[in-house]
Design a protein around this ligand. Structure first.
Ligand code: ADP
Ligand code: MG
Length: 844
């Protein structure tokens, strides 16, 4: 692909991964594509096309995320059309994704409940630029078996090209994929209850005939579909809210299976929004699976599979039955006996059979346990092997002689805490080990990670080598640049000019000069944003890569920066405490050091939850603090999934505050839509104490260090995630003065918000992170880029017990066979291999 198109594609993909928030690249899409037109022309693209693309992107930032998605898709389609290129060579998949996401809103009597789309359907909705590694890995992260399992679905009777394409939409390409396409739920006919015997609150399956069905206006502008379902013992009212298409799905006389909870309305029993399916003959006349027929087992627990439009539940179930009952018994179990025994697992064959066509509820649970274990076990093996591979490499040694180190440390304006000393020792040991450091440095906000990183950088530059420090925002990068300047330049470590800062906004001429300096080694340390990896920078001797607030970066970005050196040492830092389940999985290949102690004199930030009507109290506090020479942050939330309106809220509020609330103060404004210079100006004015109040959106969330700020007022606090709130709170309480965090929920009810209560209860970032993970799940917690390869089918990151078990078993196994080279581990080793090459490979 032409470089200009590859670049475009990369941006588009990143943008899609971030749900089109226009932050995939620093400064937004438009900015980063400045100069793209020239490149494109140089690549020989037609004038029309180039102009078309730039015109379409011109107003990109003004579009809503939805419109942005559409615009990018249109652009790409046009490019494909006019240049004849194929996206990434993966035509079929791209094509599938380009079609409108499979929606079940107008199914032709398929039994899918649109209100609960399958996870697969959601995945497709991520759209056109789904990360290929994530999707291919979805298909690959299962055990290999006989080659016949890799046969395409078209080998099955009744599956031609049309159905094969429909199956592909579900991620099913081969027979093996079918085995691993698990039901999204089960209809349990053993839970079938006659209508007469229903009781309020029961979780049941009801079978009956539709006597009447009608649509009527519900509350507000909603539509309610109401049906009366009858069996031989009585009638039951069933309601579907806001699913007008139900009228098209069902008609009087249909036999239907409902499952859900029994509810009550005005003293009468009802079911609201139950899952439903049209009744199929076979469900009433089950026969045993041994007979080889399409029966569903004597216990009548029937799998309900994720579908896309055009695929019928019944059809797919029949197909699954054929494939599963034949192949589940023939797929070899790659887990060694030792593991199966000591982890107390059932066989893969049983697990697959029972996961699809279970005999009982208990069987479902144990089958899914076994299969979830497989996923976690593979991940653990992959991660541990990765770690070993890393440890097998050699890296340059850097030592830090005692007297040199002592001089460095005593020159600091403060004493290092014990925790900082301990962690520094870990890091320096890594640097001098001859193997590349691969370490995650964790420490709550304000625990003083930067200085530790700086000392490592000094140890590396002392020997004449180079180091790079990457931060997620330009504000943070600048701040690090300033700190490093204070800590290293003119302190005998670096000469002026040996430390440089590179941002997206850095003028091209300066960038060129920095590139030249890094290439010939004159520049020793470079601090920057994503620009560090996006820019074609080459280093003469990059030996240490440090990444701050690394949860803001994708795993690929880590790898990209690292690739600029040869086995450089890698230090990643994060202030978002990482729950154990994640440190064993996502970060399982990294060594871990924790700064678990705050510098002395820090006071706990007093956190208060006020009601909107008590706002004047908060303003009073701000005035009082400002009079005492301190400063305050006022944060506004993301009001819609739209940066423009977010910025607008902050802009409007800043005007109001300036005019009506703090006429005597200088109030500056910071938000993501400002130009880099405007941001700098605002930050500088606040840092230098020229303004007293900073009104901001969450751009200041990570890392900003203004010790003189003592008030953090958060508006719409209930809209923020827990980790984010904790980060925001960490912006104050960084000096010796008592600091305050004031939370305003949107409305009084929101004061009950669980997250806000949690924040009041504890200052401990670890406890908050565990809660956050629990509440939001790993996808949200980690952000899109990092959670892709954790798209487990069955495993869950909240299952710490199973993760531990898998870890333990993986360690045990590798202790007996470090490279998985024994013949009995061949299948396992192949599975890990495919896992590694399909996404997780760039983990470290
Ligand atoms: P974080 O771990 O959040 O990145 P920083 O490295 O930004 O924290 O440090 C927060 C503040 O604490 C900075 O102003 C830094 O100068 C200061 N600091 C770091 N270590 C100590 C220490 N041992 N004693 C006192 N202040 C310290
Ligand atoms: Mg920091």
């Amino acid at each position: 692909m032409k470089p200009s198109l590859a670049k475009l594609q990369k941006f588009f993909r990143l943008e899609a991964e971030r749900n089109y928030d226009n932050r995939a690249v620093f400064g937004g899409l438009q900015r980063s594509l400045q100069g793209w037109d020239a490149e494109a022309r140089a690549d020989g693209l037609g004038e029309d096309l180039v102009n078309g693309v730039t015109a379409k992107l011109r107003d990109y930032e003004k579009l809503t995320p939805k419109e942005r998605g559409r615009a990018l898709i249109e652009i790409w389609l046009r490019i494909e059309r006019e240049t004849g290129i194929r996206a990434n060579g993966a035509k079929p998949k791209w094509k599938t994704m380009m079609k409108k996401p499979a929606k079940a809103s107008s199914p032709k009597r398929t039994a899918k409940t649109p209100s609960s789309p399958s996870p697969r359907t959601n995945k497709n909705e991520r759209g056109l630029f789904l990360r290929p590694s994530a999707s291919s890995q979805l298909r690959k992260a299962s055990f290999p078996g006989p080659a016949a399992l890799d046969a395409p679905t078209t080998v099955l009777n009744g599956v031609g090209p049309v159905n094969a394409e429909r199956l592909e939409k579900l991620g099913i390409f081969t027979l093996r994929d079918m085995l691993y396409h698990f039901p999204r739920r089960y209809d349990d006919y053993s839970k079938q209850v006659r209508i007469r015997d229903l009781r309020y609150g029961m979780d049941v399956t009801v079978i009956g005939e539709i006597k009447r069905i009608s649509k009527r206006p519900g509350k507000g502008r909603r539509v309610m579909t109401e049906a009366i379902v009858q069996d031989e013992t009585g009638g039951l009212r069933v309601n579907w809210f806001n699913q007008p298409w139900m009228m098209r799905n069902l008609k009087t006389g249909d036999s239907i299976v409902l499952s859900g909870k029994v509810d009550q309305y005005l003293g009468r029993l009802t079911m609201n929004n139950p899952e439903w399916e049209l009744l199929e003959e076979e469900q009433l006349h089950p026969s045993s699976p041994q007979s080889g027929s399409l029966g569903t087992g004597t216990n009548r627990i029937v799998p309900v599979y994720p579908l896309t439009a055009d695929l019928g539940q019944r059809w797919l179930r029949g197909l699954m039955k054929r494939v599963v009952s034949y192949w589940a018994l023939r797929i070899p179990d790659p887990l060694p006996h030792s593991v199966i025994e000591s982890a107390n697992l059932e066989s893969l064959s049983d697990a697959l059979l029972q996961a699809h066509f279970p005999d009982s509820q208990e069987q479902i649970d144990s089958a899914r346990q076994r299969l979830a274990f497989d996923e976690l076990f593979l991940l653990q093996l992959a991660v541990l092997l990765q770690k070993r591979a890393w440890q097998g490499q050699t890296a340059q040694r850097f030592d830090a002689p005692q007297d040199w180190l002592h001089a460095q440390i005593t020159r600091l304006p403060y004493q290092l805490t014990n925790a900082q000393h301990r962690v520094l020792a870990d890091l320096l040991k890594d640097l001098n080990s001859g193997r590349p450091m691969n370490r995650l440095l964790q420490g709550d906000v304000g625990s003083g990670k930067t200085v530790v990183a700086a000392l490592c950088i000094a140890a590396v530059t002392r020997a004449g080598a180079q180091a790079a420090l990457m931060a997620p925002t330009s504000i943070l990068a600048e701040q690090h640049y300033t700190s490093l300047q204070g800590l290293m330049v003119g302190q005998g470590n670096l000469r002026p000019g040996e430390l440089r800062l590179i941002l997206g906004s850095t003028p091209e001429s300066e960038k060129q000069e920095i590139r030249a300096g890094l290439r010939d080694g004159r520049i020793k340390v470079v601090v920057g944003t994503h620009t560090l990896i996006e820019d074609p920078i080459l280093f003469s001797q990059l030996e240490l890569v440090a990444i701050d607030e690394q949860h803001r970066f994708g795993v690929g970005q880590r790898a990209a920066l690292r690739a600029k050196g040869t086995n450089p040492h890698l230090l990643v830092m994060t202030a978002t405490p990482i729950p154990r389940s994640l440190s064993l999985t996502v970060y399982g290949d990294l060594d871990l050091s924790i700064i678990d102690e705050m510098p002395p004199g820090r006071q706990k930030v007093a956190t208060h939850l006020l009601l909107p009507r008590e706002r004047e109290r908060a303003y009073k506090l701000i005035r009082r603090e400002v009079e005492a020479g301190r400063q305050a942050f006022i944060i506004y939330p993301l009001i819609e999934e739209n940066e423009t309106s977010e910025a607008k809220a902050a802009v409007d509020e800043q005007k109001r505050l300036k005019k009506e609330v703090f006429p005597e103060l200088k109030v500056v404004l910071l938000h993501g839509r400002l130009s880099a210079e405007e941001k700098d100006k605002a930050m500088e004015s606040f840092r230098d104490g020229k303004s007293q109040v900073m009104v901001s959106t969450t751009v200041i969330e990570v890392g900003v260090d203004i010790p003189n700020a003592t008030v953090m007022l958060i508006e719409g606090a209930n809209r923020f995630g827990l980790a984010q709130l904790h980060q925001l709170r960490g912006r104050v309480g960084r000096g010796a003065e008592k600091s305050y965090c004031i939370l305003f929920p949107d409305h009084e009810d929101a004061a009950e918000n669980e997250r806000l209560q949690a924040l009041l209860e504890t200052n401990d970032g670890f406890i908050l992170a565990e809660k956050d993970l629990e509440q939001r799940g790993p996808g949200q917690f980690l952000g899109r880029q990092q959670s892709g390869f954790l798209d487990f089918r069955l495993a869950s990151l909240s299952d710490a017990r199973l993760i531990d078990k898998a870890r333990r078993q993986a360690e045990l196994l590798l202790a007996t066979d470090p490279a998985l080279s024994k013949p009995e581990h061949r299948a396992l080793s192949a599975a890990v291999e495919s896992y590694l090459t399909s996404g997780i490979g760039d983990l470290s």
